[in-house]
Design a protein around this ligand. Structure first.
Ligand SMILES: Cc1ncc(COP(=O)(O)O)c(C=O)c1O
Length: 487
C-alpha cells in the first residue's frame, strides 16, 4: 500500500493542519531584527525585497527557487559527482533520470530555467512572431520580447479574478486560443507554451484534460508545443487531488502522459528537482540538433551546461523524489494552512490556494493605493517592516513598460509569500498569519511607492523605490504601540 499521508492521516481532534512527512536534521539560524533596524535596511535597499540581505530577513518567502530543502539522498548523491568537463558520468546519470521521468530521448543541460528560455527563444522567435501561452512568466516574456517577439495569453477571464472556485485557473481558454490562431495564421506563431503551476496568477494549475485539448489542436495546426515544467511538482499534486479521472493513476504515468502531449519540455531545476540548474528534454532529432548548438555557446559544454556536477546529481535524485506524493504535497498543504489562517481574519488572498506560495491580493488589501504606485510592492515593504518577512511583488512592478514608456498595468496585484518545499514550520507560518492580519487591521496606514532608480529590463530585480509620504513612519509608530519590543 502506498504511504499517502496527505489523504489518510487525520487528527482525532478534528484540527486541520498539515503533517510533515520528514524530520529536520540540519538547521540554519535566522534572526528577527527590531522594526527600526528593518526600516533602515528597507530604505538602504530601495524598498525592493530582492535587494534585502538575508541576514536582515527573518522568514525568506521571496521564492522557492533554489531554496527548497534537499533530502539526505540528494546530499549523499552530491558526493558521487564526477567533475569532468566532457563526458561526466554525472551527466549520464542526470540524462537517464530525465529519460525515466519524462520518457524523452534527448536532454540538454542549462544553468537555470531562463537559460532554457534564452535558447528556445533564440531558436524559434523572430521579430513580429507570437508565442501563445496560458500566462506569461517574467523571464520568458523578456526573452521573447528581446528578440522582437510578442506574447498572447489564453487563460480564461476568471483566471485574473483573485476569488474563484475554478480548480484549474491555469487552463487555456480553447475558444480564445483557436480564435487567435485562426486570425493570426500559423506562420506568425513561433510556438505555443504551457506553463504548469502558472506562477504569476498565484501558482494555479492546468488540468491534464486541458493539456490534451491544447496538444490535439496544436498537432492539427502543426504548431510546436513547449511545456514549462518548472512548477510541475505542485501542478502534479493538484492533478492528483483535483482531477477526478486521475485519482487512481500513478504520478509516474501522469508525468509520462503530460510529456507525451508536447514537443519540448524545459524546466528550472531550482524548482523542479529541488537543486539548482535546468534543462530541455525532447524527442525530435532536428529540434535537438538546432537547440544543441546553443548550449556550448551560452551555457557550457554539452555534458554540464553551466551547472555544477554536484547540483546535477542532486537534481537527478530530486526528479525521482517528485514522484512521491508525500514529498510534493508539502508545499500545497502548507500554503492551504497559511491561507486558511488568513481567510479566517478576513485578509484577501488568491483562491483556490495554489502551489508555490500564498498570494495576498494587494488590490483588495489596500484599494486606496493606485496601481501606478505599485500596491503589491508597497505591501511587500509593509510585510517586511512588520514581520521581517520577505515576499515578492507580482504585479505592475514586475511588468515591463509599454514601448511608449507608459505603465503596463498588471491585471493582478499580488504579493507572493513563497513556501519553499519543507523549509518552514507551522509555527513560523502562524507568525506570518499573525503579522499579516495585524497589518490588515492597520491597512489604511499603508501608502504607495515610486521609483528612484528604474532599470530598463526586468526592473523588479534591481530597481530602487521610495515611499510616497511618511506612511512607513506612521506604520512603525502603530506597531511599537502594540508590540513595544519592536519584534
Ligand atoms: C514558471 C517558471 N518558468 C521559468 C522560470 C525561470 O527559472 P529560473 O529562475 O531558474 O531562471 C521560473 C522561475 O521562477 C518559473 O517559475
Amino acid at each position: 500500500m502506498s504511504n499517502n499521508a496527505y489523504s489518510r492521516v487525520r487528527f482525532f481532534s478534528g484540527e486541520n493542519v498539515p503533517l510533515e512527512t520528514h524530520k529536520v536534521r540540519m538547521v540554519q539560524r535566522i534572526y528577527l531584527r527590531h522594526i527600526l533596524d528593518r526600516h533602515k535596511v528597507l530604505a538602504e535597499t530601495g524598498n525592493n525585497t530582492f535587494l534585502l540581505p538575508n541576514r536582515d530577513v527573518f522568514l525568506d518567502m521571496l521564492t522557492d527557487s533554489g531554496v527548497n530543502a534537499m533530502s539526505e539522498a540528494q546530499y549523499a548523491a552530491m558526493f558521487m559527482a564526477d567533475d569532468s568537463y566532457a563526458g561526466s558520468e554525472t551527466f549520464y546519470r542526470l540524462e537517464s533520470a530525465t529519460r525515466e521521468f519524462f520518457g524523452t530521448k534527448y536532454f540538454l543541460p542549462a544553468h537555470q530555467g531562463r537559460a532554457c528560455e534564452n535558447i528556445l527563444a533564440t531558436a524559434y522567435v523572430k521579430p513580429g512572431s507570437y508565442v501563445i501561452t496560458n500566462y506569461h512568466f517574467t523571464t520568458t516574456k523578456a526573452h521573447i520580447t528581446r528578440l522582437g517577439g510578442l506574447v498572447f495569453e489564453t487563460v480564461a477571464d476568471d483566471a485574473a479574478k483573485t476569488k474563484s472556485d475554478n480548480p484549474f485557473k491555469g487552463n487555456y481558454d480553447m475558444g480564445k486560443f483557436r480564435a487567435f490562431v485562426e486570425k493570426t495564421g500559423t506562420d506568425k506563431i513561433a510556438f505555443a507554451r504551457i506553463e504548469l503551476g502558472t506562477n504569476l496568477i498565484g501558482g494555479q494549475p492546468i488540468s491534464l484534460a486541458n493539456i490534451r485539448e491544447v496538444s490535439q489542436y496544436c498537432r492539427e495546426k502543426g504548431l510546436k508545443l513547449i511545456l514549462d515544467a518548472s512548477l510541475l511538482a505542485d501542478n502534479l499534486y493538484f492533478l492528483k487531488v483535483r482531477e477526478k479521472a486521475l485519482a487512481r493513476k500513478s504520478l509516474a504515468s501522469i508525468v509520462r502522459e503530460l510529456a507525451s502531449l508536447v514537443d519540448i519540455i524545459y524546466f528550472s531545476g531550482r524548482k523542479l528537482g529541488c537543486a539548482r540548474g535546468g534543462g530541455i528534454c525532447l524527442n525530435d532529432e532536428a529540434d535537438y540538433r538546432l537547440l544543441r548548438d546553443f548550449v556550448p555557446l551560452f551555457e557550457g559544454f554539452l555534458t554540464y551546461g553551466g551547472m555544477s556536477v554536484r547540483e546535477m546529481e542532486a537534481m537527478a535524485v530530486g526528479l525521482r523524489e517528485t514522484l512521491d506524493i508525500d514529498v510534493i504535497s508539502q508545499t500545497p498543504l502548507f500554503v492551504e494552512a497559511l491561507g486558511e489562517l488568513l481567510v479566517e481574519k478576513g485578509v484577501p488572498v488568491v483562491t483556490p490556494f495554489g502551489g508555490l506560495g500564498l498570494h495576498l491580493d494587494a488590490s483588495s488589501f489596500i484599494p486606496h493605493v493606485p496601481q501606478e504606485h505599485y500596491p503589491a510592492g508597497a505591501l511587500g515593504s509593509a510585510v517586511y517592516l512588520v514581520g521581517g518577512i520577505r515576499g515578492m511583488e507580482r504585479g505592475t512592478l514586475s511588468e515591463q513598460r509599454n514601448p511608449d514608456g507608459s505603465e503596463r498595468l498588471s491585471n493582478m496585484e499580488l504579493l507572493r509569500l513563497a513556501v519553499p518545499k519543507r523549509v518552514f514550520t507551522l509555527s513560523q507560518l502562524k507568525f506570518v498569519a499573525d503579522r499579516v492580519s495585524w497589518l490588515y487591521e492597520r491597512r489604511d496606514l499603508i501608502g504607495g511607492l515610486t521609483f528612484s532608480d528604474e532599470p530598463q529590463t526586468l526592473r523588479f530585480f534591481l530597481g530602487r523605490l521610495k515611499p510616497i509620504g511618511d506612511w512607513q513612519e506612521k506604520l512603525i509608530a502603530a506597531f511599537l504601540k502594540d508590540m513595544p519590543s519592536g519584534l
